[in-house]
Write a protein of this length. Sequence first.
Length: 184
Amino acid sequence: MSVLPQHVLEEIRELPAKYPQPRSAVMPALDLAQEELGHLTPEAMSEVAHELQLDPGYVEGVATFYTLFHLQPIGKHRLYVCTNLSCKLRGADEVVERVKRTMGVPEPGEVSKDGPVSYEEVGCHGACEYAPMMRLDHVYHYDLTPDKVAALVADRKSVSPHQAAPAPEGPRKPRTPRRKKADG
Ligand code: FES
């Protein structure tokens, strides 16, 4: 009996037709499997390989290379805090410290003791203009402060694991560059 339900296997089977190279379907397929199970088990990865007619070693290689894929159980709600340069320069370290304190975990990848939340430190999400930022489940949150992130973690801990993540604040406007002070 397969670990992935029939409807997920069918979705995976339809993916290769959407890409010029059928093997490009491996990441969305792993994403579907992870969404379903919470993390990628060896059985799930081999079912993905079977459905896409790919080498199981290749599928496992992709799953182990990308930090967004998890091979161990993690929280139902996941924070991916960007700690790349722009975010670091604008306070990502303080944000991470507050995340750890609010969740009560010392390291990335651990699940909070009192709620189904886990966090990862990841590379650039491509939203450097709004640094520091993070992805919470599938939603981006910008211009983070320690207080803002603590409120988001508390919110996720208090809701049902199946409730959608809160929407990010309104549409983003490009920042106006700061004027340089005139000399003298
Ligand atoms: S460095 Fe954080 S989004 Fe680019």
